[in-house]
Design a protein around this ligand. Structure first.
Ligand SMILES: [Cu+2]
Length: 635
């Protein structure tokens, strides 16, 4: 049996992690001081914002792919020191039509994209190297209709990364109900010919392709496809490997009320994503797994210094004085959003009406003053511009406080023109939610402990060769996610300690199913089909789902992509005893009750932590870290 091992990290005791975090804090404080602003802060919380471009990570080259070479860095103005806001139009991704069936082609490759602009609308500085589908970020929007299956052929022409390694991808069609082999399984580093007992099919190596078969039998909703490669999802999503997948209703009478919603030019997709850049206008992100683990991102996630929509910095959109439909995606790796529409003076305009969640419509149209979005979540909203005077400018803003603060998302310019006569009903689509679960599970979200650089699910790092939960096909189950408290006592030898790394919320994503969140207030924002639920720091959330997928293995993980990439991911296996697909008990690697358990089989040397006075080193390091924080003004 193969076992998933990272020898470079498996045996890293917690005091080493502490030292690494300490180095990161000192390094970033130094960089910020030199550049005259604090910029982003890996630890998050309490920081002032800044738009200073700087390079934090060693792995990223100066961006020669798009013409930004070190030979032309001498003139400071060449790098767009002060990019303007609301001067470039919102990019609209092209549409690939799958509603007639057949197959569609998506080719992942490198391209150069204009992200920053000057006041006059001209491009500012060199273009940014992106890794996109069909040459754009976001990639084309795949249109599907309920009941019409088609194939998606994904081709990988990305070539090599900055360390001259072939770039592998695995595409996850987020929210779709697909067979296990089309689920976008990650795959461990270095494995080129997997002989896993559980087949993690789907990795697309450079210059190869993989065909995914969609069925499109589920409820119509707002889905998205993105890279899901183990240990690299955060990097690959930052580089641009994302796109929308819209499933539209068929002619079933249950959808009568949602057949004439705003569409065409009045149905706009907004992928909201934060990014940091080097002074060469290139994405700034750790370029390999070891660097990621050393950044501190693995604890709190990546918070960019600029807010982009559909791959452009703070764009604008001309809208007519009518109804619009916006499909909102929080495509940030780790940042939460609270979105509202405001005037230029900051007065809120309550013109947003929610009509859907990730996996379907909600039952009634509901006016929303603001919309909270966890990473990976989607909300389907209508915006009523009917009574807005032509010439007015309104702003989509983000009021979620997270350093660096990014309040400006995009601008709406109300322009003259007629609008089609769309129907905007109050009653939408009614569903009955899964209920009466026959199995209840509690799933602990465990802070960094032992040899782990990051959070885990149930105290176990991701193991692609195992199933952590066995589910009988067709069973309705209730899963309660809760943030557990290792703390200094339980985690010593060692944990990072309570109070420092314990404050993270976790957007938990379950593949295969759409679930319903338990215990919601009537009319709650989340009262619909969902595939991500935010588990608050120090809190608990329960979901109920019917697991009606085909037998095989599916993922569930935190959608803070840095958490995911340092192994906050697990697998569940659908078994069907009645049809000859029983689960293999030898592959069950259950979550540990009562505390973390490190590895199966030969994963780690169980005596390694006992060889070191880890607890003493941990205390010293924590004291040093605390004093450093105070010295650099972070607390
Ligand atoms: Cu998490």
């Amino acid at each position: 049996m193969k076992v998933f091992i990272h020898t470079s990290s498996r045996n890293r005791p917690a005091w080493v992690v502490c030292v690494v975090v300490l180095l990161v804090v000192v390094t970033r404080a130094t960089v910020s001081a030199q550049s005259g602003g604090m910029g982003g802060m890996a630890m998050g919380g309490g920081m002032s914002s800044g738009n200073v471009k700087e390079r934090d990570f060693s792995g990223h080259p100066p961006g020669g792919y798009c013409g930004a070479t070190s030979s032309n860095t001498s003139s400071g103005s060449a790098w767009c020191e002060s990019p303007a806001k609301f001067v470039a139009p919102l990019p609209i991704p092209s549409i690939i039509d799958g509603t007639k069936g057949g197959s569609v082609l998506l080719t992942a490759g490198k391209a150069c994209q204009a992200i920053f602009h000057n006041d006059d609308g001209s491009e500012c500085g060199p273009r940014t190297e992106i890794w996109g589908f069909n040459g754009t970020w976001p990639g084309p929007t795949v249109q599907a209709q309920k009941g019409i299956p088609f194939d998606i052929v994904h081709v990988n022409h990305l070539g090599q990364d900055y360390e001259n390694k072939d770039i592998r991808i695995s595409v996850h069609h987020h929210g779709l109900h697909l067979l296990p082999k089309f689920d976008g399984h990650p795959l461990p580093d270095g494995v080129t010919d997997p002989s896993f007992a559980i087949d993690p099919a789907g990795m697309i190596y450079n210059a190869s392709s993989y065909t995914y078969k969609t069925t499109n039998q589920q409820e119509p909703g707002t889905f998205w496809y993105h890279d899901h490669t183990v240990h690299s999802s955060g990097r690959n999503v930052v580089m641009g490997l994302t796109g929308f997948f819209l499933l539209q209703p068929n002619n079933d009478t249950m959808y009568d009320n949602v057949q004439n919603l705003p569409s065409g030019d009045f149905e706009i997709l907004l992928a909201i994503q934060d990014r940091s850049f080097t002074d060469h206008n290139q994405f700034d992100y750790p370029m390999n797994f070891d660097e990621l683990q050393a950044t501190g991102f693995s604890h709190v996630g990546y918070f960019g210094r600029y807010m982009l929509v559909n791959g452009a910095h703070a764009p604008y959109l001309n809208v007519k004085a009518g109804w619009y439909r916006f499909r909102l995606l929080n495509g940030c790796n780790a940042r939460q959003l609270t979105l509202q529409i405001e005037t230029s003076s900051g007065s809120r305009r309550d013109i947003m009406h929610q009509i859907g969640t990730e996996g379907g419509h909600i039952s009634k149209r509901r006016q929303r003053s603001s919309i909270d979005m966890a990473p990976g979540e989607r909300y389907d909203v209508l915006v009523d511009f009917r009574n807005i005077t032509v010439g007015t400018k309104l702003y989509l803003t983000n009021s979620f406080s997270q350093a660096p603060e990014l309040p400006d998302v995009m601008e709406f310019r109300i322009v003259d023109g007629s609008t089609p006569n769309f129907t905007v009903p109050t009653e939408l689509v009614s569903y009955s939610w899964p209920s009466n679960p026959s199995v209840e599970r509690t799933i602990d979200l465990v802070p960094p402990m032992g040899d782990s650089a990051g959070w885990t699910i149930g105290g176990i790092r991701y193991d692609p060769d195992a199933a952590n939960i066995h589910v009988q096909k067709g069973t309705t189950e209730r899963w309660s996610f809760q943030v557990s408290h290792g703390g200094m006592g339980g985690g010593m030898g060692g944990g990072m300690g309570d109070g420092m790394m314990m404050m993270d919320p976790h957007p938990m994503h379950v593949h295969l199913v759409q679930f319903h969140v338990d215990g919601l207030d009537s009319g709650s924002l989340q009262d619909g089909w969902k595939d991500i639920v935010m588990v608050p720091a120090n809190g608990q959330v329960s979901i109920t789902a019917t697991f009606d997928g085909e037998p095989g293995v599916y993922s569930m993980h935190c959608h803070n992509l840095e958490h995911e990439d340092v192994d906050m991911m697990a697998q569940f296996e659908i078994c069907d005893d009645s049809s000859g697909h029983p689960c293999d008990p030898t592959l069950l690697y259950s979550f540990t009750a009562g505390g973390p358990s490190w590895g199966r089989d030969q994963d780690i040397d169980p005596s390694s932590s006992a060889k070191e006075p880890a607890s003493l080193r941990m205390v010293i390091c924590l004291l040093t870290l605390a004093s450093t924080f105070m010295a650099v003004g972070y607390v």
